[in-house]
Ligand binder design. Structure first.
Ligand SMILES: Cc1cc2nc3c(=O)[nH]c(=O)nc-3n(C[C@H](O)[C@H](O)[C@H](O)COP(=O)(O)OP(=O)(O)OC[C@H]3O[C@@H](n4cnc5c(N)ncnc54)[C@H](O)[C@@H]3O)c2cc1C
Length: 462
């Protein structure tokens, strides 16, 4: 088929107004939030119905056109960088909440629904959808499922996979595959919904998601603990968990990040603090009081110089906004901001903090460290300028060293940002050759022409 004929076929499916071929439009979808080179797609299409999404998938497969589904493009691993000459399929025309079932506590949504808008709709019905990635005001639920996104509440409430009850998806032939159900339990067949979680658009195109909802906590208390060193703060994290307290949120910031965030918004953070822990406990009011008191005691025993408790909702929101500002604030400092999310067993947080300090000194790199300390998921953020080739070489070395250290501590390459293009070369290091080959065989059976988001996770086809 000629390019014109193909474009007409896409237009017949999605409507001419939803097919974009201009250089400007294609450029807008040539990159995502990862620090990787952009790649121009041949065409961008925005299906607005489920049938159109399936037909677009089939058309791509019939013509051997690489297909990359894109939610908001906020992923940090190159998951939505298209294949050269490929098709970008947008999900922002599929953004309807189809059902919120209060009685059975689930929701059915299209993949392009924005995470925070969904959580707000659910909250209006007196229910709670916990996964809250820092990007939630723009990220989509389809993108969250495809990356298995985490968030600030991961420690107590888990990550996106813990809320996926079912996924209906288009296979590469444009056939509808249904997996999971609206019931609390379901063991009907293979756990294909589980397979779709973290599949990064490489195994199927999500059409509908069935998501679990839970009752909200009755009470919550947010605290900010100030520490004279990162070591003291990280040892406190380990001590809180060792004392069998599981806060809803347990986040850490180093001094560099504290000062940067304070400069960004002026939230009243203590700029002289070497480290901060931001902690929220929630649950039954009596339990919240008990746990808050224990957390305070543990913080003080581990050297906290001050502990501030948010007095009202406004103060509580300010605490969490400051944490959410960390990445945008750091990203403003230098032209290139490399955010990693290697994750270690929680008890290894103090050792990982020490390792990051050593790496930054050894390679003369600026690294701001913040993140979900309670889950062992720190976000060391290297600030650099990719055009400075000498420094960039040191950055690449630094990334390798961060992964080596995390893996040596029994950790993992990615706690929540996925593998995409950015980390596929490290996959075998964490797993094994056989694991990689198994994944490649599975992919080649489900997607024989290799059109579904090529090269992501398992690397290029041999
Ligand atoms: C400021 C900032 C803060 C962030 N904070 C967090 C955080 O706290 N926790 C966290 O986990 N991540 C975080 N991220 C990363 C990112 O927001 C998440 O990975 C998020 O899940 C991506 O959602 P998205 O809609 O942007 O998806 P996209 O980036 O558009 O896509 C992500 C992947 O999903 C696939 N995909 C999308 N829709 C579908 C579909 N319908 N069918 C099949 N595949 C699909 C894409 O092909 C791609 O591989 C952050 C990013 C930024 C920029």
């Amino acid at each position: 088929m000629t390019k014109e004929t193909i474009v007409k076929e896409f237009e017949a499916i999605a409507g001419a107004e939803n097919v974009m071929t201009s250089e400007t439009d294609r450029h807008a979808y040539s990159y995502d939030a990862a620090v990787l080179d952009s790649v121009m797609p041949a065409l961008v299409v925005r299906p607005r119905t489920s049938e159109a999404l399936g037909a677009v998938t089939k058309l791509c497969n019939d013509n051997g056109l690489p297909l990359t589904v894109r939610g908001a493009g906020t992923n940090l691993s190159g998951g939505t960088i298209p294949h050269p000459g490929g098709v970008v399929v947008l999900t922002n025309g599929l953004n309807r909440i189809l059902e919120i079932n209060e009685e059975d506590m689930y929701a059915v949504v299209e993949p392009g629904v924005v995470t925070a808008q969904f959580a707000a709709e659910v909250a209006k019905r007196g229910l709670f959808y916990p996964p809250d990635p820092g990007s939630q005001t723009v990220s989509t639920l389809g993108g969250n499922v495809a990356e298995n996104a985490g968030g600030l509440r991961g420690l107590k409430y888990g990550v996106t996979k813990d809320y996926v009850m079912g996924v209906d998806f288009w296979d590469v032939n444009g056939e509808m595959v249904k997996s999971g159900s609206r019931t609390v339990k379901c063991v009907t067949g293979y756990n294909l919904a589980g397979l779709m979680v973290a599949s990064e658009g490489t195994l199927g195109v999500f059409d509908k998601l069935i998501l679990k909802l839970v009752p909200p906590a009755q009470a919550a208390k947010s605290m900010m603990a100030i520490f004279p060193s990162m070591k003291a703060a990280s040892e406190t994290v380990a001590a809180i968990i060792a004392n069998k307290i599981v806060p809803a949120t347990l986040e850490m910031m180093d001094n560099f990040t504290i000062r940067t965030v304070e400069n960004f918004r002026g939230a009243g953070l203590p700029i002289d603090a070497a480290a901060l822990l931001l902690i929220e406990v929630d649950g039954h009011p009596a339990q919240v009081e008990d746990e808050a008191a224990m957390v305070e005691k543990i913080c003080k025993a581990n050297g906290a110089t001050e502990l501030k408790i948010a007095k009202d909702a406004a103060e509580r929101d300010a605490v969490w906004q400051a944490r959410r500002d960390a990445l945008p604030a750091l990203a403003k400092l230098k032209p290139t901001c490399v955010l990693e999310d290697a994750t270690v067993p929680r008890s290894k947080i103090p050792a990982m903090i020490e390792a990051l300090d050593e790496i930054s000194k050894k390679l003369d790199l600026t690294i701001g460290t913040f993140g979900h300390a309670g889950d062992g998921n720190l976000h060391p953020t290297i600030l650099t300028d990719k055009r400075d080739k000498t420094e960039w070489k040191r950055v690449e070395k630094g990334i390798d060293m961060i992964f080596d250290k995390a893996l040596a501590m029994g950790g993992t390459l990615s706690g929540e940002h996925g593998i995409g293009l950015a980390k596929s070369k490290y996959l075998e290091q964490e797993t094994s050759r056989a694991t990689l080959e198994y994944a490649r065989r599975m992919k080649s059976v489900l997607d024989p022409k290799g059109i579904l988001n090529p090269d992501k996770i398992v690397g290029p086809r041999s």
